[in-house]
Design a protein around this ligand. Structure first.
Ligand code: NAD
Length: 245
């Protein structure tokens, strides 16, 4: 039996690295993204993927996403709630519209996809991994919306783990440190990049593949007694506790 993972935001960055790693391990992957052209381009380069264009913050589209996954591959063994957006701005200058935009994808999206996938995951006694961020573990400037959304995802992971345990579904979270993706490079100004190097004991950015490895472990049977946890994959940033400007 071939296992099936559904990866949101799956066509670039950490989501694409996760998709590729799961494929290497023999899984099939439902690759979900709201960016249709990039989704189709990425899917065209890979075999064993089912591309589904959907916005994780829109309930009807999330329901269709699950229906298409079930129709296409027949089962879902893992849900990776990876789709995310980042907006960095001072708290006093963050508009309500920007706040909502971050919450809709980063928070509502995780809630909606988790709810919608629960029945399918109960059939396989599957696993969920939410992608939060070190910005959800530690506060620093510019991240009132992003950091708050990710802190909520860390707590939502525990809430769902407690309730879905009776269905045999494990729910965990990965909190990545900085990775050079389109999302990060749009908000990491040169002084932020320099500050990360100073604050990370391993003294570098992470690779998307390093995040994917943690996600794969948490979805695998090797993590069969792990649920409700957040694993920081951050080069030691959280442990060191060095502040960012
Ligand atoms: P990315 O921008 O490269 O990829 C994100 C993907 O999600 C894109 O393909 C985008 O189209 C898709 N997406 C965004 N909103 C969506 C929505 N509403 N519905 C469907 N698809 C949507 O970003 P990334 O850096 O690979 O980020 C992936 C996850 O990792 C995010 O949750 C991000 O917050 C988290 N993260 C990233 C970093 C980093 O430094 N890159 C650090 C910590 C956490």
């Amino acid at each position: 039996m071939t296992k099936v993972a559904l990866v949101t935001g799956g066509c670039r960055g950490i989501g694409l690295a996760t998709t590729e790693l799961f494929l290497e391990h023999g899984w099939r992957v439902v690759m979900v993204d709201r960016d249709g052209p990039e989704l189709r381009a990425a899917a065209g380069r890979l075999s064993g993927v089912l591309p589904v264009e959907a916005d994780v913050s829109i309930p009807d589209q999330v329901d269709r996403m699950i229906a298409e996954a079930k129709a296409g591959f027949g089962r879902i063994d893992a849900l990776v709630n990876n789709a995310g957006v980042a907006l960095f701005s001072r708290a006093g200058r963050t508009s309500f519209q920007d706040w909502r935009e971050v919450m809709e994808t980063n928070l509502d999206g995780v809630f909606l996809c988790t709810q919608a996938a629960t029945a399918a995951l109960a059939e396989t006694r599957g696993a969920i991994v939410n992608i939060a961020s070190i910005s959800g573990l530690r506060a620093s400037t510019l991240r009132v919306a992003y950091g708050t959304s990710k802190a909520a995802v860390i707590h939502m992971t525990k809430q769902f783990a407690v309730e879905l345990g009776e269905l045999g579904i494990r729910v965990n979270c990965v909190a990545p440190g900085p990775v050079r993706t389109k999302l990060a490079m749009a908000v990491h100004a040169p002084e932020i990049i320099a500050a990360y190097y100073d604050a990370i004991p391993l003294n570098r950015y992470g690779e998307a593949r390093e995040i994917a490895e943690a996600v794969h472990f948490l979805c695998s049977d090797k993590a069969s007694f792990v649920t409700g946890q957040t694993l920081a994959v951050d080069g030691g940033f959280d442990a060191a506790g060095v502040g960012l400007p």
